[in-house]
Design a protein around this ligand. Structure first.
Ligand code: SAH
Length: 390
């Protein structure tokens, strides 16, 4: 079948090509899963058997975090949308097949409200104007909704009325934050922020634990599949109770907190982002856990210092960003010699590289490889790997 026919067959998105975010939308969902499975097999087959990828029953509107850039076109019309993959060009998008529907509705409503409040959009060239981005985060199981208005200036005329009008339209909104980003940067969020309504964060529940998510902290974007992924990670860890676990690249502490709830004796988390660490500490408290501690810092440096102490972790969980782990991390891991390592990866290429390092430099061997489809329609692949000592 030709590609255009397939697009029609799948009812693909009208901006599929322009946006570039959903690279696999020309394939049916079954074909996407096969494509991802084949890619993981190709990269990891020398390490062991790859279990069949776990897909979604309904692979649409799964994204609980939605971001839109705002601009004014040549005709003075206010537009909002996403950056074309790999560029700084904005593609207008009102409703996206993978984003949360309510989040998209809120973004469109904000765009329509701007003129009546005489609010402008920010212009990156002149560095004048007001609204740059809107970020919406939604707690899947709590239904809490956070709206972050990213502005180029701190001055927000008639902000109280604006927030009131927005909340009247969407009573589901539980908090509104103004984030100020006056810098020439590709980062969406700036340093300073003011809470305009509510408590400045949302909460969500995963695997029976409650998590606080603030504007800047990392949180998995597909809550349904995150439970599947974490479930596998906990299964692979094979907790018997009383183990000491290191949760590295821990974000807001999700994996470690779930492990602690499942009977781990002691959990130590490490994370680079200070906001996420603050959330993680709060999350441990909210889940009534006192056998868990979090440290802010580089995971590789942290591993090196722990490897030199006499703390002997039984299990190391690692969930690095796309760039994968570092040699400092992996060599310290080998020195530390935990009996079990669970590697959660969002990039099978760097995963293969890191597993290769372990194979060449230690007696660690891969026991299980489980891909999970966290990002349907996109090319991204998540994989959980169980690694044990021979
Ligand atoms: N385990 C968490 C977060 C995974 S995302 C979860 O499942 O939600 C990867 C995390 O690694 C991010 O929170 C990022 O801030 C953090 N990170 C990136 N580089 C790091 C480094 N060098 N050292 C420690 N953490 C790092």
């Amino acid at each position: 079948m030709s590609q255009s026919k397939q697009n029609i067959k799948n009812g693909s998105c009208p901006v599929y090509k322009k946006c570039g975010g959903c690279q696999l939308q020309n394939l049916s969902y079954e074909e996407q899963l096969r494509f991802k499975q084949n890619k993981v097999v190709k990269l990891l087959k020398s390490f062991g058997r790859v279990e069949p990828i776990i897909g979604m029953d309904n692979p649409y509107h799964y994204r609980n975090k939605v971001q839109a850039a705002f601009f004014t076109d040549r005709n003075g019309k206010i537009k909002s949308g996403v950056y074309q993959s790999g560029t700084h060009r904005i593609v207008s998008v009102d409703d996206c097949q993978i984003e949360d529907k309510l989040a998209d509705e809120i973004i469109v409503a904000i765009r329509k409200m701007l003129p009546s409040f005489r609010l402008t959009t920010y212009n990156e060239d002149t560095r004048k104007g007001f609204l740059r981005h809107v970020l919406v985060k939604r707690g899947f199981s709590t239904a809490q909704v956070m709206v972050v208005l990213v502005t180029g200036t701190p001055i927000f005329p008639s902000k109280n009325n604006f927030v009131k009008a927005l909340r009247e339209k969407f009573p589901q909104i539980t908090t509104v934050v103004q984030n100020i980003n006056p810098f020439k940067t590709n980062l969406v969020l700036g340093e300073r922020q003011n809470i305009l309504y509510g408590n400045g964060y949302i909460e969500d529940e995963l695997c029976g634990c409650r998590f606080r998510i603030s504007t800047k902290s990392f949180y998995q974007i597909n809550p349904i599949q995150t439970e599947v992924l974490y479930g596998k990670a906990i299964e692979f860890a094979g907790l018997k109770g009383d183990e000491t676990i290191l949760d590295t690249y821990c974000g807001v502490g999700t994996i470690g907190i779930i492990a602690a709830k499942h009977g781990a004796g002691q959990v130590i988390g490490v994370e680079l982002n200070g906001d996420a660490v603050r959330d993680a500490i709060q999350n441990a408290k909210a889940n009534q856990l006192n056998n868990i501690r979090f440290f802010k810092g580089d995971a590789g440096e942290f591993m090196e210092s722990v490897a030199e102490e006499n703390t002997k972790p039984d299990i190391v969980m690692m969930d690095p960003p796309r760039a994968g782990s570092s040699e400092q991390f992996l060599s310290s891991l080998i020195k530390m010699a935990p009996k079990t390592v669970v590697y959660v990866s969002c990039n099978p290429e760097t995963l293969a590289r890191d597993l290769g390092y372990l194979r060449n430099n230690s007696s660690y061997r891969v026991k299980r490889i489980q891909p999970v489809d966290m990002f349907p329609h996109t090319q991204h692949i998540e994989t959980v790997v169980l690694i044990t000592k021979k």
